[in-house]
Design a protein around this ligand. Structure first.
Ligand SMILES: [Zn+2]
Length: 151
């Protein structure tokens, strides 16, 4: 079993999701970075601190719309990993004639049952804006669900 019973009961209570982000260099196929991040599952004050920190590291979060979703912008697991994309992009060699300096692949799983979760409307907007801002291509490996998923 992947998760211990203690961790599993925590995850059932807090509905935590994990995001895997892999960034590949367009200039050198052997250069890549992989990161994992979690949704901000914590007591309210701690959660606010986590989200504030994410907004400081990823200023683009301030431009993302609420999309009528019940969770705070920056709560999703994607907000934690995507905050590192700019600094990763600066460390990767870029092909001179390539359209994108970096290629990123992202996958979010619900840790409750390890099922893939597509990006919510907030994260979809974030992906769209990040692709433009960082001149990179971001491929999402999980389908977008009709109910916009949950953080
Ligand atoms: Zn999201």
């Amino acid at each position: 079993m992947l998760l211990s019973r203690t961790l599993n009961s925590y995850l059932m209570r807090h509905r935590t999701k994990i995001n895997l982000l892999v960034c590949l260099s367009s200039g050198n196929a052997n250069k890549s970075f992989a990161l994992v991040g979690f949704s901000a599952s914590a007591p309210p004050r701690v959660k606010e601190d986590i989200i504030d920190q994410r907004k400081k590291h990823l200023r683009l979060l301030e431009e993302i719309k609420q999309h009528d979703l019940p969770w705070a912008i920056g709560n999703c697991a994607e907000a934690e990993t995507f905050a590192h994309m700019d600094s990763i992009g600066r460390q990767l060699p870029v092909a001179v004639n390539d359209l994108h300096g970096m290629i990123a692949v992202t996958l979010t799983l619900d840790l409750k049952d390890q099922s893939p979760v597509g990006p919510c409307a907030q994260c979809s907007e974030l992906i769209y804006k990040l692709q433009s801002q960082l001149s990179c291509a971001i491929f999402n490996l999980a389908p977008v669900k009709g109910d916009n998923g949950e953080p």
